[in-house]
Structures are given as structure tokens and as C-alpha cells.
Design a binder for this molecule. Structure first.
Ligand SMILES: [Zn+2]
Length: 251
């Protein structure tokens, strides 16, 4: 799969007219259809005005090839984090609303459950021993302060997920570090959950998170791995078409 062409087809070519004449000549041709500029992403000449112009140093960084593919993966991760942040936000709001209406809910529970009991017995459902009943009773037994603290924790976790989503989507280095640290911190909890009971969802979440941490560490050369940030930026520059053309123009 050619990530460059795919990206250009969707978002248009990233053409640029540098001020430096030697470099300008290399990126520019005159065709019967008009002036054409070389796309800094896919390398083809596109007819029309350049998308940008100015000194070569001010040209936008155009992620290409592997870096472009990496960006797609990071945006998928960002989407997952963003979705989680939203769900946690709704959960937090739900807890606060439950906290406000607890008395009304408790009354309803005390009145409705006995009404439900004969029916449940008919279908062989032991209502008092069920997971749902226990969960409701535990929730009702929590103090208002405890519920407020749970809501605060859920909101904090939601904010963390949102920050990860923003950092990963914008392909920021702090976002990569935040994602690795924040995801790793919760891995022991996920292992504990899995040891308790294995469900498809838990297993899937665990596998995705471990893969994300390993991939980010390795591919983004975090914490000095594989040469660290310097090697990562060198790799970035090496992939840049403008760097290649500039080197060629100086020969
Ligand atoms: Zn292009």
C-alpha cells in the first residue's frame, strides 16, 4: 500500500515553491498544461499553483512513507482514547446524577424489588443472589462523599484519556510519552482484572494496550531507545523530499 499516494488522493498534493533558485528549479517544470510543482509527499509533479512558498527552511514538514503510516496508527489510537474519554465523562456525570437522586432511587428499589420477586421466582431467577441486585445494593450503600470521590477519579481518568488523544492525534512527542506512561501505569490493574475473570473485552483491551506501548517505544524511539529523539529526527529528515532535493541541488 502506497501511503503517500493514498494521502495525496484524499487531501491533495503538498507542493511548495522554495525561494532558493537552484532548489526551485528542481521542484518545478513547465508543461503544456501549465506550471507544475513537485509534491513533497508523493513526488509527482502536480499542475497548478504551489500550495505554499517561501524559504526552504520554512517549508511545512511533510510526513512521508513509514512516518505517514505511523501517523495513521497514532490517529487510530487517538480515536480509541477519545472514545474512552467520552464514555468516562458520561459515566462521571451519571455517578453525580445518581448521587443527587439516591434517595428516590432507593425508595423505588425498596418498593419495586418485592413486587418483582414472585415473578422472578416463577422463571427460576434468584433475585437476591444476583449480581445486579448486589451491585445496586453496594452502590446504594456508598456514602455521598465516597460517590463524589469516585466521580472525581472518573473525571480525572477521562481528562488523562483526552490528553492522550489530543497528543497522539497531533503527533506530538509529549503525546507519545504520555500515552506510554499512562498506559503502562494501568497495565498491572488490567492484569489483575484478567486474573479475576477473563472476558473477550478485557483481553482485547490488554492486547491493544501492550501492543501500543511496545510499538510507541520502538517506533518513536522513546526513552533513548534505538538512538532516542536524535535518531528519530534524523530519520524524519532523511525521509523528507526537500532534504533530498536540497542535497542534490548543492552538488
Ligand atoms: Zn502528492
Amino acid at each position: 500500500m502506497d501511503w503517500n499516494l493514498r494521502h495525496c488522493a484524499r487531501h491533495g498534493h503538498a507542493t511548495y515553491a522554495p525561494d532558493e533558485p537552484a532548489l526551485r528549479d528542481r521542484l518545478h517544470v513547465t508543461t503544456p498544461a501549465g506550471e507544475a510543482w513537485r509534491c513533497l509527499r508523493c513526488g509527482t509533479f502536480a499542475v497548478g499553483d504551489p500550495a505554499g512558498s517561501g524559504p526552504a527552511d520554512a517549508a511545512p514538514e511533510v510526513p512521508r512513507g513509514r512516518l505517514l503510516r505511523d501517523r495513521v496508527i497514532m490517529r487510530l489510537l487517538a480515536t480509541e482514547r477519545g472514545f474512552k474519554a467520552l464514555l468516562l465523562l458520561l459515566l462521571g456525570i451519571g455517578i453525580l446524577r445518581f448521587r443527587g437522586q439516591r434517595n428516590a432511587l432507593e425508595d423505588a428499589y425498596q418498593v419495586d424489588l418485592p413486587l418483582l420477586r414472585p415473578f422472578a421466582e416463577q422463571i427460576g431467577w434468584n433475585i437476591d443472589g444476583s449480581f445486579l441486585t448486589r451491585w445496586i445494593e453496594e452502590s446504594l450503600g456508598l456514602s455521598e462523599t465516597a460517590l463524589a470521590w469516585i466521580a472525581v477519579a472518573v473525571f480525572a481518568y477521562s481528562a488523562l484519556q483526552a490528553a492522550e488523544a489530543i497528543g497522539l492525534w497531533a503527533v506530538k512527542r509529549w503525546g507519545e510519552y504520555l500515552a506510554v506512561v499512562a498506559t503502562s501505569v494501568f497495565l498491572p490493574l488490567e492484569i489483575h482484572e484478567l486474573l479475576n475473570r477473563v472476558t473477550v473485552l478485557r483481553l482485547l483491551a490488554f492486547v491493544v494496550n501492550v501492543a501500543a506501548v511496545v510499538w510507541l517505544l520502538w517506533s518513536k524511539r522513546l526513552f533513548g531507545l534505538r538512538g532516542g529523539g536524535a535518531a528519530y529526527h534524523a530519520e524524519h529528515a532523511e525521509e523528507s523530499l526537500l532534504t533530498v532535493e536540497r542535497a542534490a541541488a548543492q552538488v
